[in-house]
Structure formats: C-alpha cells, structure tokens
Design a protein around this ligand. Structure first.
Ligand code: ADP
Ligand code: ZN
Ligand code: MG
Length: 485
C-alpha cells in the first residue's frame, strides 16, 4: 500500500450575521416591533404584502445601519439601492424580500479580534439592510416542521428591520470564529444599534468553512446555517472541519452544501445542495427610491458614535491601571463599564475592578441578570469597598454582605449593623489578642526575639478565637504592637 503524503489542514472561515435593528417600527411600514405579543397583532397591508400597498423606508433603520457600518470601519456608500429577492415561502407573503444586492449601504470594513492565536483582523465585506420574514410556528412538535400536524404564521416579525453583515474568509479556526462573533456582538451593543440578544433571535449566524488546498488556494466551502449560540458556532465548525478532513483523507471531494448543526447529537445534516438553490432573480425595487446618503448626514452620525469596546478597553488600561484582561472583562458590558467608572471615581480603581469583575460579576452570572436589572448600585459597591478598606468588615464578610445587597437592595452599612457583622475591634479585639499571647508564651517569646515567621501562627489563633470575625491585617498590627514593647 502506498503511504499518503502528510498534509496540514488549514481552516478558512467566513461568517454572515443577521441582526435585528433596535427600531420601534418596522422597515417599510409603521407597525410596531415587539417581542412576545400575541400573534398577528402588529400587521398592516404593507407588511402583509397586500397588492398595491407601498413601502416607505424607515429612516431610523438606515441611521442604525450606517452607525453599525462606521463602528465596523466600513466605507458608507453615497447611494444604496433596495432590491427584490424573489422566492416563495409561506412566511413571505409578497413572494419577495426587500433587501440590498449590488449596491449595499456599507462595504470594506474590518474589526480587530483578540483570539487564542493572537490578534487577528477580520475584513467586513459588506453590510446591508433588509426586512425579516414572518415566523412559521409548527404545531404538534417541539417546533420543527418534520412530524408536525400543521404550520401557522405569525406576521408580527414580518417586515421588521434586519441588517446583514458578511465577513471576509479571514478567520483561521472555530475558536477565532467564536471570538469574532463575540467581538461583533459587543460592538453592536456598545453602539446601541441592536440589543443583539441571541435568545430572542436578534442575532443569528451562518458560518462558511473550508480547508485550504495544499497549494494554499481556497477549497470548496460548506455553510452551517442559522446558529443562535456562539458556543454552537464553535462546536459546529469544529465538527464540520472534522468531517471535511475525513473526506479529504479518504481521497474524496467536498461538495458545496448547506448544513444544519445539531448540538444535541453533535452532527451536521445536509439541508439542500447549492446546485438546487434558488435563483433569486434580484432586481431593483421599483417602489422605493435609491437611498442618497449625504456626507454631512454620515459625518453627523460619526460624531455621535459612542466609545467602542476597543477604545474603552485601552482607556481603562491607561486611566485606571488595569490589566488588559480586567479591562476587557469590564468593557465587554457597557452597563458594567459605566457602573465601574462610577465606583472607580470614589475608591481605589484596582480594588473596584477586583470586586466588580470578580464577586459582583459572579453573582450576576449566577442569577442570570445584568447589572442594570440587579438591585446593586454603584453607591452600594463604594460603601462595601470602604468598609473593607477601613477594616470594619473582613473580605469574607463583605462577600456575604454583597449577597444580601443583591437580595434586599439595602445599603451595606445598614446590613452590617442590622446583622452584627462588623469585625471585632477596639478593647474587645485587644482582649482576645492578649489572651492568645498568654496562651502561647513560647511563640510570643520567639516573636519578641525577632522571629517574625511565627506571627502567622498567632494571627491564625486570634482569627480562630474571633471565629473569623476580625480583620487579619488589624490583628497582625495589634500583635506586633504588643510583642514589640
Ligand atoms: P456565496 O456566493 O456562496 O454566497 P460568498 O463569496 O458571497 O459566497 O461568501 C459568503 C461567505 O462565505 C462570506 O462570509 C465569505 O467570507 C465566506 N467564504 C467565501 N469563500 C470561502 C471559502 N472558500 N471558505 C470559507 N468561507 C468562505
Ligand atoms: Zn405593517
Ligand atoms: Mg454571497
């Protein structure tokens, strides 16, 4: 048997995102954009596709699209054209989706992404605006069409503003794909163009993946459709790369297909092959004028662009002396970053970072809430950190107090007082220290003689005697004072 030459398998990945824009009304009509309202309560002749109903472009949606484009370092076109993308599906009553085709609003951007393999720059090919389809609800199953007894259509989502963002095939691994998706989500949230809540389906991702040919050229790609969790994007891509590698190792060829990744079985299934894909017969939407985006209007938006996560991270490192990692954690959530800045203005910035990116965030995660929904305020955090700094409570007591702030929304000082959590101090602590010295004459003598190592033992004995209800630093000070004289 011939021994096959070993080859390396270099992944090539490009991502496509669909993002719901944070507008109050739909893309081409005045119906409200809502989540979870009763089906078909936000519809009109335009978004139901009645013949003769005329669309009107939502200016806010265009503004948000341009904002996103600027945040992604894109070129904003001075002219953009809506086009009809023709296909049939029950969730698309007009028989076409209004989208953009060869003249999108934004092109040629990039984002810089920290990945396990280092920083990479991922090109943004294009960003365009379109309308979402309605929502098909399959009855009698867990939601899949297969095996259902019938399907219903909820047109509340039909015609809601959607932005599509396409990256260049610049991403080298499933891990980097996940990092890229996260970075994009952070940027969109920071700019405020979308809540980008994946559980509400506000952000969906398709992943294109191939393995480079031995000569370095691109191989045939497959596409993993419609993933609503970045963890699954990473796992799905890893699984698909494994499948492609196996085919190539067995001398086979990759077929260009569209796939679905099932996280439960960790398998990919073919949806439809590209050869049978629709011909969308795009043509310019005759009912809408091209968008004319004046330079003045675009630079007005540029001027209002909020600070982006990258810039904010660098500023946190510079202004507060934080590590890049801590700065990254704090700035990944705009509300948390604002919370941090209020606290760091009053107390030691490093302490504030430790508490907020550590204990506070852990409790938020545990309860599954954001800082904005929790009962903890910056003032609470400042008080808590000051209590620890002034040695009025120990660090471990402070953790308990923080939990109680979460539960009750009461101020830390009030909780400490009410529950008698203050560290032992004054004469009481002094008396306990005297007792420990009396009970351990040998160790005390060694400290007096200059052997400072034994001090730890005596601190430990004192903490034990107070049942941990004392500040270790204060105890140490007291012992040294008493044994020095
Ligand atoms: P299609 O014509 O199939 O829509 P495009 O060239 O428009 O393909 O690219 C769609 C997406 O696929 C983009 O995100 C792009 O970066 C990515 N892509 C293109 N070629 C490859 C490839 N060989 N391997 C992986 N991803 C690719
Ligand atoms: Zn409508
Ligand atoms: Mg394409």
């Amino acid at each position: 048997m011939e021994v096959q030459e070993r080859r390396t398998y270099k992944a090539v990945i490009g991502l496509e995102f669909h993002v719901h824009l944070a507008t109050t009304t739909k893309m081409f009509c005045g119906c409200r954009v809502t989540y979870g309202d009763p089906p078909n309560t936000h519809t009109c002749p335009v978004c139901l596709g009645h013949p003769g109903a005329l669309p009107v472009t939502n200016e806010k949606a265009v503004e948000l699209g341009v904002m996103a484009g600027l945040a992604l370092n894109c070129h904003v076109a001075d002219r953009a054209v809506f086009a009809r993308k023709n296909y049939f599906y029950p969730d698309l009553p007009k028989g076409y989706q209004i989208s953009q085709f060869d003249e999108p609003i934004c092109t040629g951007g990039h984002i810089d992404v920290p990945t396990p393999e280092g920083r990479i720059r991922v090109g943004i090919t294009r960003l365009h605006l379109e309308e979402d389809a309605a929502k098909n609800v399959h009855v009698g199953t867990s939601g899949r069409m297969h095996g259902s007894v019938g399907s219903l259509v909820d047109f509340n989502r039909g015609g809601t503003p959607l932005m599509e963002i396409v990256t260049e095939p610049d991403i080298p691994s499933p891990e980097a794909a996940r990092a890229t998706a996260n970075q994009l989500k952070d940027i969109l949230r920071a700019v405020g163009v979308s809540e980008a809540d994946m559980e509400k389906g506000q952000l969906r991702c398709d992943a294109n993946v191939s393995i480079r040919n031995p000569d370095g050229t691109f191989g045939t790609k497959t596409e993993l459709k419609n993933m609503n969790s970045f963890r699954f994007v990473e796992r799905g891509l890893a699984r698909e790369l494994e499948r492609q590698r196996e085919i190539l190792e067995n001398g086979g060829r990759i077929e260009q297909t569209t796939l679905h990744y099932d996280p439960e079985t960790d398998e990919v299934h073919e949806l439809r092959s590209k050869e049978q894909a629709h011909d969308y017969r795009y043509f310019p939407e005759p009912d809408l004028l091209p968008l004319e985006l004046s330079e003045a209007w675009v630079s007005g938006i540029q001027a209002r662009l909020p600070e982006l996560p990258e810039g904010m991270r660098a500023r946190f490192v510079e202004d507060y002396g934080l590590s890049a990692y801590d700065a990254g954690v704090l700035t990944s959530d705009r509300n948390l970053a604002a919370f941090y800045e209020k606290v760091a203005a009053e107390v030691d910035a490093k302490q504030a970072s430790n508490w907020i990116s550590g204990d506070l965030r852990a409790q938020l995660n545990e309860m599954g809430v954001g800082i904005a929904e929790s009962r903890v305020t910056p003032q609470h955090m400042i008080e808590l950190i000051e209590l620890v700094q002034n040695a009025e409570i120990s660090r471990s007591t402070a953790r308990t107090v923080l939990e109680k702030v979460f539960e009750t929304g009461d101020a830390p000082t009030a909780i400490v007082e009410r529950e008698g959590l203050a560290s032992m101090g004054g004469d009481e602590l002094s008396g306990v220290v005297d007792g420990v010295i009396a009970d351990n004459p040998n160790e005390a003598e060694r400290v007096r003689a200059g052997d400072k190592k034994v001090i730890g033992f005596l601190v430990g004995q004192t903490m034990k005697a107070t049942r941990g209800n004392a500040d270790g630093g204060r105890v140490r000070e007291l012992l040294l004072e008493k044994l020095d004289s």
